[in-house]
Design a protein around this ligand. Structure first.
Ligand SMILES: *Cc1c(COP(=O)(O)O)cnc(C)c1O
Length: 377
């Protein structure tokens, strides 16, 4: 059976869909691409500055700095905080590898810790157990779009004199007790990779912070330590957010709350539809937390059989992620059983389709495909 030929006779539902699926938005985006091209101003400049001030205001932070990717956002934040060789940074092992890579890239050591079996996220208990004499920072990851309960983690960090770097690459716009994620720690690090809740047309990233000095340092680091032109004050790199990406992101930022509202509505509909089936759902957001459904993840004891069945019924799926960071070749791998919760999750998790232009019909097809798996078992 080919990918376009399923038992339903309909085109398969993808896990996510990009801007070409939204023709009105696509027109607006093509218009700003044309405007930037005609101006011929591709790096730094007014589009970038405008995006930075609009994104800072959106997040409720004083400063935003656009950089070249989410991974660079974390690396540059760490460097700006002077975290490097000899330092340890606490990172949940259930994350995209970039969270740990950014730490390694600056010469520090990621201290990988296990996650909560219900929320799949970092907890204050895991952080408390991992703090040692070399610990300098904690990176809570708001994975899937689901917010980490930060209050106790921020308290621990305050007592121990540690920095908190929020990895908000999957949770743009999510609320945490009335504030936007990214604005609660010392610094919030975003990715604008195309599939993210706020995504451009290539790679991009950014940081938000209330610390003026930190923002200024990231600005220097992203562009050769240069200020003003040809005055190189510190050793930096090339890690700017392009003007084209900034212009696209300015348009998409205006739609972000509506798109996140769509994601929450679709997430609730999928949760309700799947409630009676064999798949397990992660716990909903804590009281005062949020879930902006970057990814809709379920658990199944027969994950691989479920995925094969879904594919036959025209429903795409994915696994985010098949290896916890400590079990990747790059990070050891540490022995099996080292961080057992994340290891069990990695064998059972399955990402189902969820994207803002998903229809009610699509939701019904996803639910029906899971339900028919159960009845065939
Ligand atoms: C996407 C992502 C990153 C890295 O962002 P890039 O822009 O791809 O470098 C970091 N952390 C998490 C949790 C992500 O999902």
């Amino acid at each position: 059976m080919s990918l376009t030929e399923t038992s339903t006779g309909l085109a398969p539902i993808p896990v996510t869909r990009l801007d070409q699926a939204d023709p009105i938005l696509l027109e607006q985006l093509l218009e700003v691409v044309g405007a930037v091209a005609r101006k011929g101003a591709f790096t730094m400049g007014s589009e970038l500055e405008a995006f930075e001030s609009e994104f800072a205001a959106y997040c409720g932070s004083e400063h935003a700095v656009g950089v070249s990717s989410g991974t660079e956002a974390i690396s540059l934040a760490l460097r700006a905080l002077e975290i490097g060789p000899g330092d340890e940074v606490i990172v949940p092992t259930n994350s995209f590898i970039a969270t740990a890579e950014a730490v390694s890239w600056v010469g520090a050591t990621p201290k990988l810790v296990d996650v909560d079996p219900d929320s799949h996220l970092l907890t204050a208990e895991a952080v408390a157990a991992a703090i040692g004499p070399r610990t300098r920072a904690i990176i809570p990851v708001h994975l899937m779009g689901s917010t980490v309960d930060l209050d106790a983690i921020l308290d621990l960090a305050g007592e121990a004199g540690l920095r908190v770097i929020e990895d908000t690459a999957q949770a743009h716009g999510a609320y945490h007790r009335g504030r936007r994620v990214g604005s609660l720690g010392d610094v919030g690090c975003f990715s604008f990779y195309p599939t993210k809740n706020l995504g451009g047309w290539g790679d991009g990233g950014g940081i938000v912070t209330n610390d003026e000095e930190l923002a200024a340092r990231v600005k220097l680091l992203r562009s050769h330590g240069e200020s003003p032109r040809y005055h190189h004050r510190i050793v930096g790199t090339t890690a700017r957010l392009d003007a084209l990406q900034a212009a696209l992101l300015r348009v998409k930022l205006r739609h972000l709350d509506d798109r996140n509202a769509d994601r929450r509505r679709l997430g609730a509909a999928l949760r309700a539809g799947l409630a009676g089936t064999s798949v397990e759902l992660p716990s909903p957001a804590f009281e005062g937390g949020d879930h902006v459904y970057h990814l809709f993840i379920v658990r199944s004891k027969q994950r691989d059989a479920l995925r094969a069945h879904l594919e036959q019924h025209g429903v795409s799926s994915a696994v985010h992620y098949p290896f916890p960071i400590h079990r990747t070749e790059a990070y050891g791998p540490l022995p099996e059983g080292s961080l057992p919760v994340a290891e069990r999750l990695a064998e059972e998790i399955c990402t189902l389709p969820l994207f803002p232009t998903m229809s009610e019909d699509d939701v019904a097809r996803v639910v029906a495909a899971v339900a028919s798996f159960d009845s065939e078992e």
